[in-house]
Design a binder for this molecule. Structure first.
Ligand code: G3P
Ligand code: CA
Length: 230
């Protein structure tokens, strides 16, 4: 079972910062999950659309330029990273799951991905783009048919993993509280990987592993890897 560092190693470091990313790389997490927001003139790594919970700022991310956002403390003196800084920092052998939150200018995101792919700063294999916004995923898949996409759900849908299959997704990302064996079996019969969020407790890790879940998102990836049974 793969272990993704959820918002980086966010249990021990400020979430979605380079410090949390560095810690995830150091403990050999199988991948790193990060949240992407669009600000006035760039894409940044931040979970909320509002600044208050995780930074020293006040207001909505979309109202600020990246140079303004760079003034803020994102925890322990860390700065909000741009998506480009992540691409520059993370080695190409580390899987990156970019969860798109508020992305409005899709063409701009596509151009950024294209540039980094051409410059070989990132690889096709490395990327997994996910979102709760399924129409957005559909548009991205249309532009990059080769791209692995992860369809997120916070519920247990009536027709199980059908929505992910219809999106030609690589994986379906499920809430650990709702996922059940029938969902896992349905997803697997459709050729989908099943990744569960957010999983920190040993009992949950073991339960999900027994269900055949392919990966988890954990705030404590180093500890979670130790809980895996072989
Ligand atoms: O991508 C899985 C998980 O991170 C989705 O929920 O709210 O933590 O972004 P959230
Ligand atoms: Ca997320």
């Amino acid at each position: 079972m793969k272990v993704f560092a959820h918002r980086g190693a966010s249990g021990n470091y400020p979430e979605n910062t380079l410090a949390a990313i560095k810690a995830a790389i150091t403990c050999h997490a199988d991948g790193i999950e990060l949240d992407i927001q669009e600000c006035k003139d760039d894409f940044v790594v931040l979970h909320d659309t509002w600044l208050e919970r995780t930074t020293s700022g006040v207001g909505q991310v979309a109202q600020f330029s990246v140079s303004q956002l760079k003034q803020l403390n994102a925890g322990s003196g860390e700065r909000i990273p741009t998506l480009q800084e992540v691409f520059d920092y993370v080695p190409t052998h580390t899987q990156l799951n970019l969860e798109l939150k508020s992305v409005i200018n899709l063409d701009k995101l596509i151009a950024l991905l294209d540039k980094n792919l051409n410059d070989k700063r990132i690889t096709q294999k490395q990327l997994l783009i996910s979102s709760f916004n399924h129409p957005l995923l559909k548009q991205i898949k249309q532009h990059f048919p080769w791209l692995n996409i992860g369809a997120l759900t916070a519920s247990l849908p009536l027709d199980y993993a059908r929505f992910a299959s219809e999106l030609s997704a690589f994986s379906v990302h499920v809430d650990r509280e709702f996922v059940d064996q029938a969902f896992v079996d349905d997803a697997k019969s459709k050729g989908l990987k099943v990744y569960a969020y957010t999983v920190d407790k040993q009992q949950d890790i073991e339960r999900l592993q027994q269900m055949g879940i392919d990966g988890i998102f954990s705030n404590y990836p180093c500890k979670a890897k130790m809980f895996l049974t072989t």
